[in-house]
Structure formats: C-alpha cells, structure tokens
Design a protein around this ligand. Structure first.
Ligand SMILES: CC(C)(COP(=O)(O)OP(=O)(O)OC[C@H]1O[C@@H](n2cnc3c(N)ncnc32)[C@H](O)[C@@H]1OP(=O)(O)O)[C@@H](O)C(=O)NCCC(=O)NCCS
Length: 380
C-alpha cells in the first residue's frame, strides 16, 4: 500500500494559472501593444469606431461587417425582440430573486422553448447566439420593471440594442453621452479570452451539451465577486466611502487589514488593464454630464494609493461600477448588464469549442487518506 504523496506536485497549477488549455482565434491580450484585441483589432480602436452590434457581429463572424452585413445582422437581432408570456410569468415568479439568479433561471428556461434543442449544427447555434444577444436585455429590463413594481414595457424595434434596453428599463432613451458610454462598456466587456465564465461555457460545451446549459453555467460563474460581480462590489465600496474626504483613510484601512479592494488586480494584466483608460474617460464624461464629480474623485484617490502602495491597477469593473450608477441603474443590475455584453463572447467561444471539440477533463492531485478497508455498517 503506497502512502499518499501530499508534497506539492510540480505539475499542479492551482487555478490553472499560466496554463494554456486550448487555442482560440477570438481574442488575445497582446503584450506587444499592451492591449486586448478581438480578432486582431485593438479594443481602443473598436470602442472609438464601432457600435456594440458591430462587435457582436465581429465576434460571431470573425470579421467586421460592411454596411449591408450590419443592416442584415441588426434586422435579424431585432426580429428576436420578443418575450413569451411564459417567460414573463417566470420573471413575475422571480420578482424577489437577485437579478443574476433571475437571469440565470430565465436563460435556462429558454431551452424549453427551443423545439430543436438537439440540433447543434452551426446554423442553428448561430441563430441561438443572436436570439440570446437580443433577448437577454429584454429579460433583464422586464425583471427590473417587475422588481420595482413598474408596468413592463414592450421592446422597440426601430432603435439600437442599447437604446431599447434603456427604453424598456426607464421608458425613455437618455442623451447621447449616456448611450455612447453604455455602448463602450458593452464593447469593452464583450470578450476576454479564457476568463472564468467563458471557460465554464467551454467546459460545458465540451461534453456536447447545449448552448443554454453553457450560458446558464457561464452566468453562474460571472456572478461571483472575483469575476463580474466586482462591478457591483465597487459601487458598494464607493457608497460606503460616501465622500472623497474619507477615501484615503478607507483605502489605507483596507490595506492594513489585508482586505482586497474590489475592482483592482487581474490574473492576466499585471501592469494595468488595457480597457480601463477608455472607460475611465466615459466616467469623466458622465460626471461632467451629471455635474457630479464625487465618484470620479473617489476613483482617483483609491487608484493613486493602490498604484503607489501596492503597484496594483484598476480593472474594468472599477470605472464601470460608478458609470452605471451615474446612468441610474440599480446596483444589482450591473452584473446582468455585463451579461448583455459578454453573451457575444460566450456564444463565439461555445461555437469555436464545438467546431474543434476535445472534452475538457483535467487531472487532480489526490491528497486524501491512504487506502482504507471498508468496515461493515454494523461494526462501525
Ligand atoms: C482578480 C483577482 C482575483 C486576480 O487574482 P490573482 O491573479 O489570483 O491574484 P491574487 O489574488 O493571488 O493576488 C496577488 C497579490 O495581489 C494582492 N491583490 C490582488 N488583488 C488585490 C486587490 N483587489 N486589492 C488588494 N490586494 C490585491 C493580493 O492580496 C496578493 O498579495 P500577496 O501576494 O501579498 O498575498 C484579484 O486581483 C482580486 O480578487 N481582485 C478583486 C476582485 C475583482 O476586482 N475582480 C474583477 C476581476 S476583472
């Protein structure tokens, strides 16, 4: 009987840190230009020049659309702007559920409305991807209205995906500065290589399960505060600080207590998240529009202390938290908004995984008890 080896195995990489588990054409954090790229395009240029719909097309097709392709794509997306009465009833049942849980349950439910669930051909999965892109904002907005005892609002089909989302949440479409910043946040959040939720979706897809199962799992993964849930945690910190004059003490206290500050650090970026400057600029524009500089000032104080004391930089959740606050969204909807964006990356990865599938099944180092003899129940 050999004794169990409890020494750290040199082949063990906890959290898969530094391990390349598969190849992808979709995105890369490119160290040469210190930027995230989607199919070769730097994220900053995409945010400057494109709509979120163009990015969703890019992620699903591998290339940016020309005007005709974009029109066809947006018409196709708009054709899915409809919630069945069953989904609306479900959202009513889920009125008191946390919005991420309601969204996860509703997406899981959508599989019951897919009468060709077993068909996993490329064309049908592409149709599902565009359907999810279109319908997820509707689910979130409808849940928001129900949860706040407001009358639900039907979707508009003559406006962009972002404009329709605001329309269905607030019964109005805000000024351009808000739509522009919201669109940029969707572009920046859309895709980020093998992050936890995307990897979850790929693991689920690798057993040849269906797209709804993979997206349901991905939503569960994104919910956690070390991943997508951080944007809500960031705003909670800002509200706890409440005034820039308390930000310095708050930050030093967190550091001396060895507590993590939400919205800082990243497994891949160690010298700053390439998406942050673009989104910080949006936060600046929103602060100017609202004539409310409080959150921007708190941002700058925490950022400067974290860089000076720990050499740790903000990640994208740090500017999106206060930006969504200035756009008047309830805090618990910030991570669902992340889903409106990341669904395009997830579905692109699901389709890539299925196209070149290999079951994802890693090994583990056993550190449990050595082999034991089973004693019959009566003798235990
Ligand atoms: C994102 C995150 C999970 C990456 O984690 P990781 O690569 O595993 O890095 P670690 O958690 O091991 O951190 C490495 C070191 O930096 C410190 N650190 C990392 N993020 C920190 C943060 N947000 N605040 C304070 N210290 C932090 C850790 O305490 C650790 O210090 P130590 O070596 O002295 O113990 C981590 O930075 C984090 O928890 N951030 C806060 C949550 C967040 O913003 N998530 C959104 C990610 S996009």
């Amino acid at each position: 009987m050999s004794a169990v080896n409890k020494l750290p195995n040199p082949d063990l990489h906890r959290g898969l840190e530094g391990i390349i588990v598969d190849s992808t054409s979709i995105s890369k954090v490119n160290p040469d230009i210190n930027s995230l790229i989607y199919y070769g395009y730097p994220i900053q240029e995409l945010s400057e020049a494109c709509s979120y719909e163009e990015i969703a097309y890019l992620l699903l097709h591998g290339e940016l659309p020309n005007p005709t392709q974009l029109n066809q794509f947006t018409d196709y997306e708009k054709s899915f702007r409809y919630l069945s009465s069953e989904v609306i009833s479900l959202l009513n049942l889920l009125k008191n559920a946390c919005p991420m849980d309601a969204l996860r349950t509703a997406v899981s439910f959508l599989s019951l409305e897919d009468y060709i669930l077993k068909d996993k051909s490329i064309d049908i999965n592409y149709r599902r991807a565009v359907h999810l892109l279109s319908i997820i904002p509707l689910i979130i907005a409808t849940h928001y209205r129900i949860r706040n005892d407001l009358k639900t609002i039907s979707p508009k089909k003559d406006v962009s995906l972002a404009e329709n989302f605001f329309h269905m949440c607030f019964d109005q479409i805000p000024p351009k500065v808000v739509i522009k910043s919201f669109n940029i946040s969707l572009i920046l959040y859309a895709e980020h290589t093998f992050n936890a939720s995307t990897f979850t979706a790929r693991v689920i897809s690798s057993s040849l399960s269906d797209m709804y199962s993979a997206v349901t799992g991905a939503i569960g993964s994104l919910k956690g505060p070390l991943h997508g849930g951080a944007n809500e945690a960031v705003m909670q910190s800002f509200l706890d600080i409440s005034d820039p004059k308390y930000a310095k003490n708050w930050t030093y206290k967190k550091l001396s207590n060895k507590e993590k500050i939400m919205g800082f650090g990243h497994r891949v970026y160690k010298n700053g998240d390439s998406r942050v400057p673009t989104m910080k600029n949006c936060l600046k524009e929103l602060s100017e529009w609202k004539k409310n500089w409080k959150w921007y000032e708190i941002y700058e104080i925490i950022e400067s202390i974290m860089v000076k004391e720990k050499n740790i930089y903000p990640n994208l959740d740090f500017p999106t938290g206060p930006s969504y606050y200035l756009m008047d969204f309830d805090m618990e909807y910030y991570t669902p908004i992340f889903v409106i964006s990341r669904i395009s990356g997830w579905t692109a990865h699901i389709m890539e995984q299925i196209a070149h599938n290999r079951l994802i099944r890693p090994l583990s180092q056993y550190i449990g008890p050595d082999i034991k003899k089973v004693i019959p129940l009566k003798d235990r």
